[in-house]
Ligand binder design. Sequence first.
Ligand SMILES: [Zn+2]
Length: 197
Amino acid sequence: MTDEALQKQFQTQVRRPASRVACPAPERLLAGAEAGGAEAVRLEVLDHVATCLDCRAEYEVARSLMLAAVAPTARRRWLPYAVAASAVLAAGLLATWQSRGTTAPVLRGDPGAMALWGAEISDSAIQFAWRPAADSRRYTLEVITDVGDVVFSTQTSDTVIVVPSTSLRSGALTWSVLAEREDGTGQRSVVGLLTLP
Ligand SMILES: [Zn+2]
């Protein structure tokens, strides 16, 4: 799909009331949703969609259009990655994450830790999303049981990933993301709670 075709398709799916003058333009939301797009635009858009439910809905439309536009052969493959679970469990305070009107608690690590946008559960998959960390070349998502077993781990250069439900088990889980910087150092995210039916 060409950029122009994608923009047209996006605009036909997105209609806005005049009350949303402060929101980023649809083209900007689309640019922010692009996997290889400019980091500054991406951050700005993600900061906005974190607090604006209208834009968050549009952002998700943009993301799904982007994913649909990528040929299946070009999609990233899952990469297994073994990590120690103990660092992930070093979590502290309880905060609240609001997403699409549903509330899921997020365990917060240190104040400087990377934020998680949330995990959205559908029938067949869970979509994990987190805030981009500066200079990061890749992210490792880990899903961990309450006794510290890593049940799923994968790497991506994106800040959104969809995991099939069949890859995870039911019950109480936590999830966390490790951002790896260009210089080889890393940054750990806060820890999110996830309960799968
Ligand atoms: Zn908005």
